[in-house]
Design a protein around this ligand. Sequence first.
Ligand SMILES: NC(=O)C1=CN([C@@H]2O[C@H](COP(=O)(O)OP(=O)(O)OC[C@H]3O[C@@H](n4cnc5c(N)ncnc54)[C@H](OP(=O)(O)O)[C@@H]3O)[C@@H](O)[C@H]2O)C=CC1
Ligand SMILES: O=C(O)C1=N[C@H](C(=O)O)C[C@H](O)C1
Length: 242
Amino acid sequence: MTRIGIIGSAGRMGNALQAAVAAAGHEFAGGIDKGGDPLALAQSSDVLVDFSAPGALEFNLDAAIHTGVPIVIGTTGLEERHHWLIDSAAVSIPVLQTGNTSLGVTLLSHLVREAASRLGEDWDIEIVETHHRMKVDAPSGTALLLGEAAAKGRGVHLADEAVRGRDGITGARKAGTIGFAALRGGSVAGDHSVHFLADNERLTFSHLAENRGIFAKGAIRAAEWIIGKAPGRYTMPEVLGL
Ligand SMILES: NC(=O)C1=CN([C@@H]2O[C@H](COP(=O)(O)OP(=O)(O)OC[C@H]3O[C@@H](n4cnc5c(N)ncnc54)[C@H](OP(=O)(O)O)[C@@H]3O)[C@@H](O)[C@H]2O)C=CC1
Ligand SMILES: O=C(O)C1=N[C@H](C(=O)O)C[C@H](O)C1
């Protein structure tokens, strides 16, 4: 039986994760929220699962490094400096970070990369996401993950091409850019659409999450998978064999 420690355990995802831990027959090693001690949690866990807040990341990684415990990070709203911290932690422990742990989005990112690699720059790419009214970050981690997939398919860097929201006299759309738009409201668990728009034809890939169980299930699968792996930074496609 695997002991799974949850960071952000009282949150929306924390609750879904506790249910998924029980459903998978694992042991809930304990959970922490703001003000909790990640080191004590890591000491009693075989693996940590972090769905909390970007401000917690450094302490959570330190606890995982100190104890040698692998960590799955689902927290979004991460900035470049957070990714440096993850890269540096991955030198000594196994780390998996993703903006979306669901099977559907993991497969979708492959499809988007493939489409972007085959469709030329005359196909504009726009990513639209909708989330519940309590979500604090935008664009969503998933939208950014899908944007990265599109950029990889095109052989460009997302940071050079991303247009994150438009307002006012923006001018005509610049060829090759990848646009993002975010809607917030209600209780939507997470909807994402990647639009490829050309003259006279459009192709849209969509993923609709009906509840948080899909993220929790994927996160527990990642937690099971990462135990015993060599230090390194891993991805959801590796977990799901895609
Ligand atoms: N990768 C994926 O597949 C998914 C990722 N997410 C991401 O997961 C994160 C959590 O989402 P959600 O559960 O909806 O958010 P909630 O706000 O419901 O929960 C966040 C939890 O994290 C806790 N927390 C905040 N700061 C810290 C800290 N410094 N140390 C430990 N715990 C802390 C909060 O505690 P307190 O209330 O005490 O502040 C709260 O219990 C978000 O970044 C979200 O985008 C969500 C769904 C899927
Ligand atoms: O905050 C959420 O709820 C979600 N966050 C993740 C994201 O930012 O993409 C994943 C999912 O869409 C739900």
